[in-house]
Ligand binder design. Sequence first.
Ligand code: KIV
Ligand code: ZN
Length: 379
Amino acid sequence: MSQKIQVFDTTLRDGEQVPGCQLNTEEKLQVAEQLEQLGVDIIEAGFPISSPGDFRSVEEIAKLVKNATVCGLTRAKKEDIDAAAAALKHAKYPRIHTGLGSSDTHIKYKFNSTREEMIERGIWAVKYAKSFVEDVEFFAEDAGRADLVFLAQLTEAVINAGATVVNLPDTTGYLLPHQMFQRINYLFENVPNIHKATISMHNHNDLGLATANTIAGIQAGARQVEVTINGIGERAGNTSLEEVAMILNTHKDLGFHTGINAQHLYPFSTFVSGLMGMPVQANKAIVGANAFAHSSGIHQDGFLKHSENYEIMKPEDVGVPSSAIVLTSRSGRAALRHRLQLIGFDFEKPELDKLYTRFLLMADERKQLNDEDLKELVG
Ligand code: KIV
Ligand code: ZN
């Protein structure tokens, strides 16, 4: 039986931290509305203590959202938790996301503290957040580099304090997928009460492994994924929502599913990219301009014979209107003939061969040919 993976979207918090991508409250409300339609389970709406604007955004999103859980981030500090509780007051399903550093690097250089003190502070923060809301998620920042025995103690302690979700972020994007699997597996074997909480994956993409690590974490027992659309986020970004959703859709044999309405992925990606002024790289998986574009002769010929020769997903499944046959000097006769047919010309050999010779000269010069170029070619 397929198991549900909770999708926790942090586009409006970790994603929006990207320089130049800040959104105002009105824009954030539009994103939140679309996130609900997309089918995410949890919307991390912001970090309420960070600014009056962020507080207001979380508050307004909490009022607007009806089906998803609305979450606010805090440090393990009284004033942060108070602010999040106040901002989430009107949420139908509120969640406070609180936590602190767990690696020795963070404990020493960020907190000037000790492992013992971090456990005490973590327990306090969870219990304090619990005095406002039932649903409390604890994050162990930089868990990817934390001592594993200590991480197990911290995880057990915050679960016993009442954490409903424990987030084990690879904050610096350091781990390899097999290491992530082994670490989460170790926690499942060494934290006695781990089954009382949901374990969450929150991975950064510094080595391009955020999605792979998230999938490895799921395979080891994590049941929540923290993601952003287009993978936007600090530095090299966060795990891509669209990648995780489509990996689980495409590999049903893994035995997991999400509640994501995949046809909304591309429209939502385009919407957020436009709103934030953050272009999506052309070769980005699932939502990039070239994700369903075929340009070399061998691929185009194979694709035109049967789309499954070169596509493992249908573009319409993710909301992309159609695949594209792009005409360049690497294209073959089959692609040229296909594109000519689409604009009303049907050429067979030997006319097609003659046209193809002229096509190559034009394509070498103009790089990519559009319908107007083709009409000029036909004359
Ligand atoms: O990357 C990280 O560790 C975070 C936490 C604040 C959850 O974003
Ligand atoms: Zn993060």
